[in-house]
Design a binder for this molecule. Structure first.
Ligand SMILES: C[S@@+](CC[C@H](N)C(=O)[O-])C[C@H]1O[C@@H](n2cnc3c(N)ncnc32)[C@H](O)[C@@H]1O
Length: 211
């Protein structure tokens, strides 16, 4: 069987390695998303623009969406030289004017001292809950990159099935979040895009596709 997914390419070399094997997580969970991950989303999800990237980091996702021809409003709590800094996603009560879709790789909440705490998963749940609420209010779309196993948790499953989940795009290649040359280890987690559309036909069950 032919494999339609390009092999992952590593574009970012200036950030810190991810947790577990004794590594520290980066401040604010800053892990730029490799381009192939967003390209896979764009192949499977027909996004309506303009798009809001509310945790844009250095623009790793936003640049790929813009290259596909959609305008992107990019904001982040921090300032990494791209988009507008100092914008807390949780403080936003609506999507930026005109935006039709939210797309991001959210902070998973398990950085630093909180990485083993129950609060970590609660933070991601709160992020997803807020993102779904903003999506419903704007009759728009939402794409979130999460760990594949996360969606099986009881609280996550309840939240996701109550929202307008349209498609789960399962990434069959593991993401390498950093590059340490020949010593780089494979990513430990499989990820997927959760794609919601407030305008979907809610009588239909969500679809699962492999990218
Ligand atoms: C995993 S990184 C992803 C960066 C970018 N979306 C990408 O995929 O390359 C998470 C980003 O979320 C930002 N962030 C963390 N908490 C936030 C908040 N409450 N509001 C907005 N951005 C936040 C961090 O500064 C960081 O840039």
């Amino acid at each position: 069987m032919s494999d339609p997914t390009p092999r992952p390419t590593i574009e970012h070399r200036d950030f810190r390695p991810i947790h577990i094997s004794g590594y520290e997580r980066a401040a604010n969970d800053f892990y730029p998303t490799p381009a192939w991950v967003t390209e896979t989303l764009l192949r499977h999800a027909p996004l309506r623009g303009p798009v809001w990237e509310p945790c844009c980091g250095d623009g790793a996702i936003a640049r790929v969406i813009e290259a596909a021809g959609l305008r992107v409003e990019a904001t982040d709590l921090g300032d990494r030289g791209y988009g507008s800094g100092g914008v807390d996603f949780f403080a936003q009560t609506a999507v930026p004017a005109g935006c039709q879709a939210i797309v991001t790789n959210p902070p998973y909440g398990d950085g630093g001292a909180e990485r083993t705490s129950r609060r970590a998963s609660s933070q991601l749940l709160a992020f997803v809950r807020h993102a779904i609420a903003l999506t419903e209010a704007s009759n728009g779309q939402l794409a979130l990159l999460v760990r594949f196993t996360w969606i099986a948790g009881q609280r996550a499953a309840a939240l996701l099935s109550a929202g307008p989940l349209d498609k789960v795009v399962v990434l069959t290649h593991r993401i390498m979040w950093f590059d340490m040359g020949p010593d780089t280890k494979n990513g430990q987690h499989h990820h997927c895009w959760l794609f919601f559309d407030a305008q979907r036909d809610r009588a239909k069950p969500p679809e699962v596709v492999f990218g």
